[in-house]
Design a protein around this ligand. Structure first.
Ligand SMILES: Cc1cc2nc3c(=O)[nH]c(=O)nc-3n(C[C@H](O)[C@H](O)[C@H](O)COP(=O)(O)OP(=O)(O)OC[C@H]3O[C@@H](n4cnc5c(N)ncnc54)[C@H](O)[C@@H]3O)c2cc1C
Length: 429
């Protein structure tokens, strides 16, 4: 493993890599169990896609509309986090969209709520701009060692239990754990979400939104827009006259930049500039349209994932299978973004019980995982990756890791029933 700054490494009970929704939830859940916890985040702010990529609704929080219930599918941390968002004005009331219910959020305000929740926990240390680069993962017993680069130079820490919440299995890959990745042909497409001003109100509601999407798709097909712009969606920014434009990027662009993530950021920006130029020149009412806010990063729906003791497959998820192994519920449909037609949806019959085994590495018994890189097939991940479920799986593995650290045991020795019982604890104290 690459060495750090030298001297004795700091030691923790639980170290979480990635401060997106899953990693934030894992870290505060572990700290609430009394574990000395470290949260490492490569970006300058917490929140992952929910802040850095301008994802502006939380999915997977509620039961399907058909149940007639507006209750949270995962009471516990996700419900308390939503309460904190609402109190801070970082989210609006839940909305029904067809068969599901979502929570609109303000990406610019979520990060502050997440930071405030972290600061309340004295046993939690947060390091921003700290990128994990190397790891020696304990296969069965003993601590793991992590090394990387932070704002003041290289760092090195050790931890009894470690959790990969990087969204791309960065920790698992660095430490030689088994990981998997969708093929170039099936990987979900990324999107670039920007905030626009000067969008006619008629295009941000009802059929107006559909007409906008159709017009941009036609422009791409007819050569008026770069073929790198697969399709686009508009959504009003609550309490403002601005709109979010979600511009879906092409598979060719994704494949072309696979080994050069920074290149994707630059090219995605060009695609958006091109789309805005096209709108100003060709679409009525858009003469003053401009980007007023750029995200920190392109939104990646899918990257590498960890292979766990259990791999969640699409069939049991769609059947709403429950078991005594479950530690969180998944209620979102399988939503896959594959081409210019936008997303396809397959709705589950009922919420599915995510087993603890899908949050534990198949190869390293003291490595947990949550969120977008948890153990699932490409299809099942289309449902499990959403923020509401990432919060719930993060909470579950954070609790399991803290219990395992306390007992000097592996994650597999923690019982799912204990995790379920502990998940009822308070987030805000
Ligand atoms: C375009 C788009 C639209 C979406 N729309 C919705 C939606 O409407 N509603 C919804 O609920 N979900 C939506 N999603 C899905 C959702 O945003 C993500 O799946 C969710 O953010 C997953 O959370 P996570 O914590 O697992 O991963 P992420 O949010 O990706 O967070 C991972 C974090 O790990 C950090 N990290 C990575 N590598 C390292 C490293 N080596 N060292 C330290 N830190 C590292 C990253 O910087 C990042 O902050 C959307 C996703 C995209 C891309």
């Amino acid at each position: 493993m690459a060495n750090g700054s030298g001297g004795d490494a700091e030691h923790y009970d639980v170290a979480v890599v990635g401060g997106g929704p899953a990693g934030f939830a894992a870290a505060i859940a572990a700290a609430d169990q009394g574990a000395r916890t470290l949260l490492l985040e490569a970006a300058p702010a917490l929140g992952g896609n929910a802040t850095g990529a301008f994802v502006h609704t939380i999915c997977g929080l509620f039961a399907p509309v058909s149940t007639g219930s507006s209750a949270f599918v995962n009471p516990g941390l996700p419900a308390r986090f939503v309460d904190a968002l609402l109190r801070a004005g970082a989210a609006g009331p839940a909305e029904e969209v067809g068969r599901v219910r979502v929570l609109p959020t303000d990406p610019a305000r979520i990060g502050a709520v997440i930071s405030a929740e972290c600061q309340k926990r004295r046993s939690l240390v947060v390091r921003l701009e700290a990128r994990l680069q190397a790891a020696r993962l304990a296969a069965a017993a003993g601590p793991s060692e992590l090394a990387g680069l932070g704002p003041t130079g290289p760092f090195r820490i050790s931890s009894e239990l470690v959790v990969d919440a990087s969204g791309e299995a960065a920790l698992g890959a660095a430490g030689g754990a088994a990981t998997e990745r969708a093929s170039d042909a099936e990987c979900q497409l990324p999107s670039y979400i920007v905030r626009l001003a000067g969008v006619p109100e008629a295009d941000t509601a009802g059929y107006g939104r559909l007409r906008f999407t159709v017009a941009l798709a036609r422009a791409t097909r007819q050569g008026g827009l770069t073929p790198r712009a697969e399709s686009a969606l508009l959504r009003p920014v609550p309490g403002s006259r601005d709109a979010y434009m979600t511009l879906n990027l092409s598979r060719e662009l994704l494949v072309e930049t696979q080994d050069a993530p920074a290149a994707l950021e630059g090219l995605a920006r060009e695609v958006v500039d091109d789309a805005v130029r096209h709108l100003r020149a060709n679409r009525s009412g858009y003469q003053d349209c401009r980007v007023v806010s750029w995200p920190r990063q392109v939104g990646r729906r899918e990257a590498a994932r960890l292979r766990g003791r259990t791999v969640v497959e699409a069939e049991p998820l769609l059947a709403g299978l429950r078991s005594d192994q479950e530690v969180a519920l998944s209620s979102w449909p399988i939503e896959l973004w594959h081409d210019h037609r936008g997303a396809t949806y397959r709705h589950p019959e009922a919420p599915y019980g995510v087993p603890l085994g899908a949050l534990i590495s198949a190869t390293h018994a003291r490595l947990g995982v949550a969120g977008r890189c948890m153990s699932a097939s490409h299809e099942a991940l289309g449902a499990l990756r959403v923020i509401g479920t990432a919060l719930a799986t993060g909470e579950a593995i954070g609790i399991a890791a803290a219990l395992a650290a306390d007992r000097a045991s592996s994650l597999a020795e923690v019982s799912p029933a204990e995790v379920r019982a502990a998940a009822g604890r308070s987030i805000t104290g």
